[in-house]
Design a protein around this ligand. Structure first.
Ligand code: TXA
Ligand code: MG
Length: 337
């Protein structure tokens, strides 16, 4: 059910949920200070209560209302990337709802970069908790149609067109002492963040590169914050999805499926051999693939075939976020010797 900005403000103030556009994916939003409204998000999504929500705020200055400290590391990052696809996890103030925090002592904040939702946040003066507007573990929505298909037409949706970034924000945990760690990869890469901070990334440090660093960021394991809500199988279509590192193996599998009288469709990235049947081909560019990934998977899933085959991009840094989402959407097929 599509609604106007004014209707969205009224509903959100009444403690109702509304699906809202962001530059990454559509979110299922509720007033982040209203526990009964927040509980509706968990019910509709069928999401476990210990999976915390991201609080969307209208501008940088509002961050102080939510966190006990705002270390220089966090400040540099938000000044560079907000509004934008970056979520910062920081120690939460006492008053921040336990429902939003999923029981954690921290809270996740982001200023989204979408004109409709920025107008909504500014005009309503609300802060909106919003996870992706899909059922728990299913494909994230990047269009109003995806939201309606996934959650049904009863959910009020604010139409903001197709999401431009296409995959969820990069989540960075920052400790009170300014140590940082990427909890979820996104289009803003770890290397880019390290550059903004003029530091080596945790990954580079692990590789043992020996440059001068101003402040040593935490390495994986040393800081080890819990990463609640990151499931092995997340972002999944209903059709079983098989992932292939080699194009040849994908082609072989497609032939075997045909022989077994099973139907399939394929998602390819870049040039190369093509199997028979329905194929969606995406260009060999990480940002473009991110922008179209969920829509392509939604479209292939809607065909209701027996299998979806996906050719994985190379295991290189620029593809980390796309590979993360794909690996959570399906299972990697081992090449048979
Ligand atoms: O791009 C996005 O981030 C989208 C749009 C709607 O903003 N939102 C989104 O929300 O992806 P969701 O709920 O699907 O993912 C939120 C994730 C949680 O699953 C968890 O991994 C992490 O954010 N998170 C939230 N609060 C956290 C906290 N206090 N500590 C650690 N991780 C947290
Ligand atoms: Mg999600």
């Amino acid at each position: 059910m599509r609604i106007s900005l004014e209707q969205a403000i009224v509903r959100l103030k009444q403690g109702e949920v509304v699906a809202i556009p962001t530059e990454t994916v559509y979110g299922l939003a509720a007033d982040a200070t209203n526990d009964s409204a927040l509980k509706k998000i968990f019910e509709i999504k069928q999401r476990p209560a210990d999976h915390p929500l991201i609080v969307h705020i209208g501008d940088i200055n509002q961050a102080e209302n939510w966190v006990t400290c705002f270390p220089e590391t966090a400040r540099k990052l938000v000044e560079r990337y907000w509004p934008g696809p970056l979520t910062i996890v920081l120690p939460a103030k006492e008053h921040v709802s336990r429902v939003v925090r999923g029981g954690e002592s921290t809270v996740a904040l982001r200023v989204p970069n979408h004109p409709v939702t920025l107008a909504l946040l500014q005009q309503s003066a609300l802060s909106l908790a919003a996870p992706s507007a899909n059922l728990f573990t299913q494909l994230s929505p990047t269009t109003v149609e995806h939201v309606e298909k996934g959650l049904g037409d009863v959910i009020p949706v604010l139409d903001g067109g197709a999401c431009q970034v296409g995959i969820e924000s990069t989540i960075v945990n920052v400790t009170a002492s300014g140590q940082w760690q990427v909890l979820r990869p996104g289009v803003i890469s770890e290397a880019e963040i390290a550059e903004v901070l003029n530091q080596l990334s945790p990954h580079q440090l692990k590789l043992g590169q020996n440059q001068k660093v101003q402040k040593v960021p935490a390495t994986v394991g040393e800081l080890a914050p819990r990463v609640p809500g990151q499931h092995a199988l997340h972002y999944s279509p209903r059709t079983p999805l098989l992932l292939f590192k080699e194009r040849d193996a994908l082609i072989q599998c497609s032939k075997a499926l045909t022989e077994a009288h099973l139907t399939y469709a394929t998602l390819l990235i870049g040039e190369g051999l093509q199997p028979q049947g329905k194929v969606i081909s995406l260009p060999n560019q990480p940002d473009k693939v991110a922008a179209q990934l969920y829509d392509a998977l939604h479209r292939l899933d809607a065909l209701k075939l027996d299998r979806l085959l996906v050719a994985l991009p190379p295991a290189q840094a620029e593809w980390v976020a796309v590979n993360d989402r794909l690996s959570r959407a399906g299972t990697i097929e081992q090449v048979q010797a």
